[in-house]
Design a binder for this molecule. Structure first.
Ligand code: LLP
Length: 478
């Protein structure tokens, strides 16, 4: 945002609610698509999750806190494993689902993922260390990263991960050296930049060679990577190609273009080297609803559309009977972790600000902010929220929920209607915070990071504890 000499009122324009946010008839109502499956408002008006009310959660664990509905997380994992996978059965025998741990990972979540029969995508040695501590089966781990260190490659190969996704030509030499030293054959895939950049509502073909990930299909770098991998049979085995075209995608059009190009290259590489590549990874990126403006497809709908397009592409190559169609894998992170979690905050101050002669906005300050959810500041991400600790009969007021950090961009929920009698001590819940909130969190302003509390069947337990001031000071060795 730029400064404007006529002042903020002029620069901001109308300043009223966005089009997607209607004036509510009942400010207590919950829009089901935004909330974990077991969330409900009890008879007393208090929000409950997994049979536990949020007032008790706040009393026991404090605020802010990330609250994850374990059943909801597991059900979303199973929906990808079963419903997304089913339409792929006749095409390639189903899909392998790699949960993208960058969305949120701790040892308990790694165990849920393993128990639900999913595989795991890790993107650093740190994420791999969490998986190792959880005892995650190594053959079901994919190791990512555009700049894997030799130490990380060694960690992955020593643990025996099922695939390393190669992201550069130099990495091939590094893997060769480490695999040779360890006396192993590294199972590898090649991350291909397919020339498709997916956005929520559009995709722009060709516009995004100019980024750091993958090896370009257009310039021949991906084909060259395959040549180099194949020329080191003693240290590397080429499992197949990988592409990931973006995140928070609602339209399968981008996947269609990307799959077509990827499958074309897959066929060329098999032909050139006389090899069979048994896998094809289409990445993650499936969108979720943060507010009523988002309308995500279900895993079943996504699976049907994607199985159809993969099936069609291989058929056009003459391999449509499934005999040589590689096993497809996907890497959803947000769509599993995101909707399973809400953040619980306590309201501190409520300040009414006159925006212009038509709009008054209530700035509701809570006890967290950009340190526990940087996404509004980083991506202008929209969120929604509700008064969670009671029901209110007051009129709705246009509100902006803000944090306690020293930045005016410290926004938690840009626009929401909250009841006009909102006051200090009320609890607010912000849904959709399970992905890329704890994992992108910081200690900005020396703020200890919130705990993650898992709730299931009437019981709540810590799976990541709250940081303390002592934790923060422990790193300060001066
Ligand atoms: N696979 C690969 C190779 C990825 O790079 C990613 C995400 C995923 C899978 C999972 O994508 P998902 O299904 O979660 O959209 N911090 C951003 C998102 C960054 C995504 C990075 N890569 C955010 O908060 O929106």
């Amino acid at each position: 945002m730029r400064a404007h000499e006529a002042g903020a009122l002029h620069a901001e324009g109308y300043g009223g609610p966005p089009l997607y946010l209607p004036y509510p008839t009942d400010v207590n109502e919950l829009l089901a698509v935004l909330w974990p499956a077991t969330v409900d408002r009890g008879a007393d008006g208090v929000l409950t999750v997994g049979g536990v009310d949020v007032v008790s959660l706040a009393r026991e664990f404090g605020t802010p806190a990330y609250v994850v509905d374990e059943d909801d997380f597991r059900a979303r994992a199973r929906a990808f494993r079963d419903e997304f996978s089913a339409p792929f059965e006749p095409v390639c025998g189903g899909v392998d689902v790699y949960y993208a741990g960058k969305a949120f990972l701790c040892t308990e979540v790694a165990r849920w993922v393993a128990e639900e029969g999913l595989s795991l995508d890790v993107s650093t040695g740190g994420e791999l260390a969490v998986a190792q501590r959880a005892g995650f089966p190594p053959e079901r781990i994919a190791m990512h990263g555009n700049n894997k260190s030799v130490v990380e490659i060694e960690q992955a190969l020593s643990y025996g991960v099922g695939r390393i996704v190669i992201d550069s030509l130099e990495e091939i030499d590094r893997i060769d050296t480490v695999a040779d030293r360890l006396g192993v054959v590294a199972p590898v895939m090649i991350r291909v930049t397919v020339g498709v950049e997916a956005h929520t509502h559009e995709f722009i073909a060709t516009a995004h060679e100019d980024q750091k990930f993958g090896l370009s299909l257009a310039t021949g770098a991906a084909a060259e990577a395959a040549r180099r991998v194949v020329s080191h049979p003693g240290t590397m085995r080429l499992l197949g190609l990988h592409s990931h075209i973006g995140s928070q995608i609602f339209d399968t059009g981008g996947f269609e273009v990307s799959a077509r190009r990827l499958i074309g290259l897959h066929a060329e590489i098999e032909e050139e080297h006389g090899i069979v590549m048994p896998h094809l990874d289409l990445g993650g990126g499936f969108g979720i609803a943060y507010t009523s403006q988002h309308t995500p497809l279900s895993p079943a709908e996504l699976g049907e559309q994607m199985a159809d397009l993969v099936g069609r592409e291989f058929k056009s190559l003459g391999d449509g009977d499934g005999t040589r169609v590689p096993k497809v894998s996907i890497e959803p992170g947000r769509a599993i972790a995101g909707p399973s979690t809400f953040t619980l905050y306590e309201v501190g101050t409520v300040k009414k600000v006159t925006v212009n002669d038509r709009v008054t906005r209530a700035y509701v300050s809570v006890d967290g902010g950009m340190s526990d959810n940087i996404r509004p500041a980083l991506y202008e991400a929209d969120y929604s929220c509700t008064l969670a600790s009671r029901r209110s009969e007051a009129e709705p007021m246009l509100a902006r929920v803000v944090g306690k950090h020293c930045e005016s961009g410290d926004i938690v929920v840009l626009d929401e209607y909250l009841p006009a009698d909102l006051r200090a001590g009320d609890l607010i819940a912000v849904p959709g915070t399970g992905a890329y909130c704890r994992s992108l969190s910081s200690q900005y302003n020396h703020t200890p990071r919130p705990p993650v509390v898992a709730v299931r069947d009437g019981h709540a337990r810590l799976i990541v504890r709250r940081e303390t001031i002592d934790d923060l000071l422990a790193l300060d060795v001066g």
